[in-house]
Design a binder for this molecule. Structure first.
Ligand code: NI
Length: 171
């Protein structure tokens, strides 16, 4: 089921999310919904708070060409980050049509729990590294615009407030 994506500014996008304690059928179905919502948007990553669920769950698939590689990460945690940095022009499904360059570690080692309740660990680089850090930030109430200067951030926030007003009028 496709879920509506919250648009910034929204208090739920600024909150710390709670850890997942067990994998239930409801959680599996939520993960399915998140992947479906992400692919439909379309996007390469989605975090649970973006659909109003305040749990530490992210989904991603950064494959552009080739067979899809859907990933579901519960309680993801960065164990190590490289000193090398990468600059990517980032966007966010909660901040539609706005992009800005963000500097982040070029590679990260991340641990998480999978849908079988097993602990996983993987090194991410390239777009995957940027995406996983962007999505983990969402679980801590942080958006990519928080890395920008205050003027740029305010300009984007005003555009989003206007977009939300327009959407509310059309609803
Ligand atoms: Ni995002």
């Amino acid at each position: 089921m496709i879920r509506p994506i919250l648009i910034h500014p929204d208090p739920r996008l600024k909150k710390l999310c709670e850890a997942v304690t067990e994998v239930t059928p409801a959680l599996r179905s939520l993960a399915d919904d998140m992947l479906e919502t992400m692919y439909e948007a379309p996007g390469i990553g989605l975090a649970a708070p973006q659909i109003g669920v305040m749990s530490r769950i992210i989904v991603m698939d950064c494959i552009k060409d080739g067979p899809p590689e859907p990933m579901v990460l519960l309680n993801p945690q960065v164990l190590w980050a490289s000193e090398d940095v990468n600059v990517y022009e980032e966007g966010c499904l909660s901040i539609p049509d706005q992009y800005a360059e963000v500097k982040r570690p070029a590679a990260v080692k991340v641990a998480w729990m999978d849908l079988d309740g097993k602990l996983q660990e993987r090194d991410f680089s390239g777009l995957w590294a940027t995406c996983v850090q962007h999505e983990i930030d969402h679980l801590d109430g942080k958006l990519f615009i928080d890395y920008l200067g205050p003027l740029k951030r305010q300009m984007i926030t005003r555009k989003m407030e206007k977009l939300k007003r327009e959407r509310a009028r059309m609803a």
